[in-house]
Write a protein that binds this ligand. Structure first.
Ligand SMILES: [Zn+2]
Length: 272
């Protein structure tokens, strides 16, 4: 499932090609996604300029003229491809026509969605309302972290919680905690100040690196019809069960454990 770095890569692609561009026409091919595509978007979006494209957590946001906005979630397999003319593929859902380009949303598994909001309603939507700070924002700091950890959950589950911090998922939580040298099962109110500082630093470092490498491909992460995700080659622990730890080498093997039904990968020698 795309996490913050993958969504950021898609955002950068959309931004460089479609920000400030006018939507000439919208065509719905198949409205069945996680939420049905509202047929009203065909008329509402016609002839509007996309004024801004940004990311919030794992959501893509397109701001448009007339105080409208589109929220897009890629689900498991959602992707956009840009073409010069309409060339349809199986599992295409929506087509945006621009002056000289066509942008198509395709989603095989149909867990993604595209929703229209008035701009005023966007931040109060159920998807964004309680979302925690962005990991790169000033609000994600030692003070915030310390205030929020007065509960008994594991540090991995804390980082996975979108209300605590936006955009992290299963892959990056394993990588971040390995980088920080913190055991994912550690109860968060037992973290030292130093460990918290390391987690914040590692969060930013790992995400930034992943964005620079075009995200991670585990199954199929696609941008503009190209499978990308070179950060997969940089993963240190995720999916590396029984391989030797890249930090302590021969001392220990990477272990896989289950936390809230999800796999976590760690080195018990390097993470405590
Ligand atoms: Zn190790």
């Amino acid at each position: 499932m795309p996490e913050l770095p993958e969504v950021e890569v898609v955002k950068n692609f959309l931004k460089s090609n479609f920000q400030k561009k006018k939507i000439i026409k919208v065509k719905i091919i198949n409205k069945n996604l996680r939420f049905e595509i509202q047929s009203i978007i065909k008329t509402k979006l016609t002839n509007l300029i996309i004024t801004k494209i940004y990311r919030r957590g794992k959501y893509l946001i397109l701001l448009l003229e007339n105080n409208l906005s589109l929220m897009i979630h890629l689900g498991m397999t959602g992707y956009f491809r840009m073409t010069n003319e309409e060339n349809r593929k199986k599992h295409d859902h929506l087509i945006f026509y621009f002056c000289s380009k066509v942008l198509i949303f395709n989603d095989v598994r149909k867990f993604g969605f595209i929703k229209l909001y008035n701009f005023e309603e966007l931040n109060d939507s159920k998807h964004l309302k309680d979302m925690g700070p962005e990991p790169f924002s000033d609000g994600f700091n030692l003070n915030y972290f310390t205030k929020k950890i007065k509960r008994k959950c594991s540090v991995k589950n804390l980082l996975m919680n979108q209300k605590f911090v936006a955009g992290l998922g299963n892959i990056y939580c394993s990588e971040i905690l390995f980088d920080a040298g913190v055991n994912p099962e550690k109860i968060c109110n037992e973290l030292s100040k130093k460990q918290i500082e390391k987690i914040i630093l590692s969060t930013r470092r790992i995400l930034e690196k992943a964005i620079n490498f075009g995200g991670t491909t585990i199954k199929n992460f696609v941008v503009n019809n190209e499978k990308i995700g070179y950060f997969k080659n940089k993963l240190k622990v995720y999916g590396k069960e029984n391989q030797s730890c890249p930090r302590c080498k021969s001392l220990a093997k990477i272990q896989r454990i289950k936390q809230s039904g999800r796999s976590t990968f760690l080195c018990t020698k390097c993470q405590n």
